[in-house]
Design a protein around this ligand. Structure first.
Ligand code: C2E
Ligand code: MG
Ligand code: MG
Length: 806
């Protein structure tokens, strides 16, 4: 309509103009008005007569066509192409012209001007639409970019409802456009991030108009993947947000690449163990984490490995080093850290608890390395040397600590290889401490500061006390009562150890007599040191002392030997134990099941009683593996006709399970703690008259019940421990033990044993599900937020297991 009015207006002007012009009224005046009118128009105007001659034009027309000022009256002045175009026009059309190599877009209207036979011609009006056209191009380009962008783009309204997406969105998320249009962008939420995460994100978008960062989202097929997401807001003219544009790319590959890069930068290529650089940062953290502990830094080097390398070349050598690293790893404690520095050098760090167990730890590693490795059919045995320094006795920087351990290694090599050597300060400090303690114990013995406590062994079926174990305590004049675990290690394997045994033996005879005088005749068991089994010193002494006593006193004595300390010379031990036997002593093996040679012991030594170790008993209803060990120990002892005593019985449940498995003599807190002799006398007298009222109900219907109950408890404990991950309470060692035991039980016995029992089957199914979640959590490669979700699931399933069992 506007166009029509303009044309009408122009036509009037033209007609009026031409009339004046032709009527010759006032040529000059008409020209002036005419030109001014034309110039004031915001359009280009051109009129041609039928012959193509320019009748008139305005300034804007000239500018549009880039024609310099000056009078033109001939179409010849217009570029030929334009004239052609203008002539061929019909009605209104956009045209494209090129002026000074620049494109211009004009909207042209062509209309015939007919005024009878006065004048025939054409009137053209030109609108410059270049800007709009360029904008259109830009829009087109923008759309192409949007459509073809490799990152996914979603445009939403202010509520997050999706208005448009591009192809990559479909490709990355697996959703088609139809599926997502109108739906909320939150369909992509993975559930990994918590509410706070999204709250922060949205407040940033609301306040600053943008947010970017890494985020975990979920695809249509429920796969969760990491993406780099940027969101920005679009604004209306008033400055209010009107839309959001989310732009993201799947960065799983980048993440993997980063990991690979990290692996190159931080790990040894051959063994994939942390390299020196990474190790140093880990060691720094280790020292902070365990600041109240003694920390051993151990520098291990394979003896003569250079020679081996020269002979066999790098490839074989690397392979050997890889095998060696795999042999070291199982012997490390879980919190230990290890590094493969170079060639054949491994450095590892552990907590130094006491000399004995620390050296056992190192020796186990040396043995593991020493086991035969076959190369091209030829057997090889590698020895290794270890240098050790201990922090904070050696209170130096991390670099220096490593250097000191390395120095200690050189000493080990100088001493002839296959040795362990300590950095000097430590050596002297350790020796000084041991010497001091040793002297104090010697002094304590002279002053008779060691007192006996007695802990009853109770036969739960016959309902009577069948014996008691003598457990020593040091009544230290300054410190008070010290348990044996805190002083016996200092005299371990020394001459004082046997002197100590003699002292206890004398006290034991006194105790037997004292009890007898009080009308209590039960066997007392003495723990004797492993060293006393290797020479006749103690048994000679006992023999000479006992000759003064009646045989009934002798028959009230028993010795306990510890199974977990390996006896190198079984023959000698056998002869000494036989001597004890002939003297009338009963012989019990303590801690049965913890050593390496249980079967050897029970077969070849004159043993009367087997004591199942406390570690198995106390966990047997919480750990199916411990339960199985307990069961096997009982079966083994029965097969060899031995008496069986369960140590560390603390609960009625455990007692009930033990009875079901065939063990009826218990020693443990459920019966009584170790008591001073007078208290013990009172206790025993009391129980002589009254039977112990232990309501050991039938907790379990069958052995299977105990086993599944133990398995359920072990999963419950795992979940309890997972809750503590990250806190100071968390005990990695304990966790590893429970994990290992429950999973290996599940994998083997659990699956096979209970497969065909419908109730157990559903329990085992739940456990398998828990195992999968726990495994994911153990890898620690899931985002922190996911933990709580998994944990909830675990707690739920663990509760469910208990309900199912009940
Ligand atoms: P052991 O011979 O295995 O003694 C059993 C240990 O378990 C004792 O610890 C006892 O108090 C503890 N115990 C018994 N029932 C329970 C229970 O229900 N729950 C818990 N948590 N603990 C229980 P104790 O008295 O600290 O003795 C530790 C070790 O020291 C003994 O282990 C033994 O190997 C050694 N020992 C004790 N007295 C002597 C001794 O006179 N001579 C020698 N050479 N060693 C001794
Ligand atoms: Mg004992
Ligand atoms: Mg024991």
């Amino acid at each position: 309509r506007l166009m029509f009015l303009i044309i009408l207006f122009l036509s009037v002007i033209v007609v009026v103009g031409l009339y004046y012009f032709h009527s010759n009224k006032s040529k000059e005046c008409a020209n002036t008005i005419f030109n001014e009118l034309l110039c004031s128009l915001p359009y280009g105007v051109l009129a041609l007569d039928k012959s193509g001659k320019i009748v008139f034009y305005n300034q804007l027309f000239m500018e549009m066509f880039g024609i310099g000022s000056g009078y033109i009256n001939d179409t010849a002045l217009l570029p030929e192409a334009i004239v052609k175009k203008l002539n061929s026009l019909e009605g209104s059309e956009p045209i494209e012209i090129s002026i000074d190599n620049k494109k211009r877009y004009l909207f042209v209207n062509k209309s015939e001007v007919k005024l009878g036979n006065f004048l025939d011609g054409y009137l053209f009006t030109f609108w410059d639409i270049t800007e709009q056209e360029l904008l259109k191009d830009k829009y087109k380009l923008a759309y192409e970019i949007f459509k073809n962008s490799l990152s996914a783009i979603a445009i939403t309204d202010l509520k997050g409802n999706i208005i448009d997406i591009n192809d990559s969105f479909e490709k990355i998320t697996g959703y088609t456009k139809d599926e997502v249009l109108g739906r909320n962008i939150s369909i992509l939420k993975s559930g990994i991030h918590d509410k706070d995460f999204y709250a922060n994100m949205w407040s940033s978008i609301k306040e600053t108009g943008k947010w970017e960062g890494e985020i975990w989202n979920k695809k249509k097929n429920n796969d969760i993947y990491p993406e780099y997401l940027s969101i920005f807001a679009l604004y209306d003219n008033e400055g209010n947000q009107k839309n959001y544009v989310a732009n993201f790319a799947d960065i799983s590959d980048i993440k993997r690449y980063e990991e690979r890069l990290e692996s190159l930068a931080y790990y040894n290529e051959i063994t994939k163990l942390p390299n020196k650089k990474f190790f140093i940062s880990k060691l720094k953290k280790f020292i902070v984490d365990y600041r109240d502990k003694s920390i051993a830094i151990c520098y291990l080097d394979i003896d003569n490995f250079r020679k081996f390398m020269d002979k066999h070349g790098t490839e074989i050598s690397n392979n050997v080093i890889y095998q060696i690293s795999n042999r070291i790893l199982p012997h490390l404690r879980t919190y230990d850290i290890i590094s493969h520095f170079d060639d054949d050098i491994f450095v590892f760090v552990t907590i130094y608890d006491n000399q004995k167990s620390f050296e056992e730890y190192l020796e186990k590693i040396q043995w593991a390395i020493y086991r035969t490795i076959t190369i091209n059919g030829e057997p090889y045995n590698f020895t290794s040397s270890i240098g050790v320094t201990i922090y904070p006795e050696d209170n130096d920087t991390v670099d220096e600590l490593i250097r000191h351990a390395q120095q200690a290694l050189y000493n080990a090599k100088l001493k002839g290889k296959n040795k362990i050597s300590y950095y000097d300060i430590i050596m002297s400090k350790q020796i000084a401490i041991r010497k001091e303690k040793y002297q104090a114990i010697e002094e304590g013995l002279k002053n008779s500061e060691f007192v006996l406590f007695l802990q009853p062994k109770y036969n739960i079926v016959k309902n009577c006390i069948v014996g008691a174990e003598i457990l020593v305590r040091w009544q230290h004049p300054k410190v008070g009562l010290i348990p044996p675990g805190e002083f016996i290690p200092y005299i371990y394997n020394t001459d004082l150890e046997v002197e100590f045994d003699k002292y206890i033996f004398d006290k034991a005879i006194e105790a037997v007599k004292y009890l007898k005088n009080n009308g209590i005749e039960i066997k007392l068991a003495i723990n004797i040191s492993p060293k006393a089994l290797l020479d006749d010193n103690l048994v000679d002494y006992v023999n000479s002392r006992l000759s003064n006593f009646d045989s009934d006193i002798k028959s009230l004595l028993e010795i306990e030997i510890i199974e977990s300390t390996s006896i190198d010379n079984l023959e000698k031990a056998n002869s000494i134990l036989n001597r004890f036997h002939h003297l009338g002593f009963g012989i019990a093996v303590d801690d049965f099941g913890t050593g390496y040679a249980s079967l050897d012991y029970i077969k070849s030594l004159p043993i009367d009683t087997v004591k199942i170790d406390r570690v198995f008993v106390s966990d047997m209803i919480n750990d199916p593996t411990d339960l199985n060990i307990t069961e096997i120990v009982i079966l083994l002892a029965k097969a060899f006709n031995k008496e069986i005593v369960a140590e560390g019985v603390e609960s009625l449940e455990t007692a009930s399970a033990l009875i079901k498995l065939g063990c009826e003599i218990f020693q443990g807190y459920l019966i009584s703690k170790p008591l001073p002799i007078d208290d013990f006398v009172n206790y025993a007298k009391y129980h002589q008259g009254i039977k112990m009222k232990l309501n050991i109900e039938n907790y379990f219907n069958s052995k299977d019940d105990i086993e599944i109950y133990a398995a359920i408890n072990s999963f419950r404990r795992l979940v309890e421990m997972i809750k503590e991950i990250g806190s100071a309470k968390f005990d990695q060692n304990k966790y590893d033990k429970i994990y290992f035991n429950s999973i290996s039980w599940l994998r083997n016995k659990g699956m096979a044993y209970f497969d065909n029992k419908s109730l157990y089957k559903s329990i085992v199914d739940k456990m398998v599900k828990m195992k999968e979640i726990i495994d994911k959590m153990n890898k620690r490669d899931i985002p922190q937020d996911m933990y709580s979700l998994y944990l909830e699931e675990l707690i739920y399933t663990s509760d469910l297991l208990e309900t199912l069992f009940k």
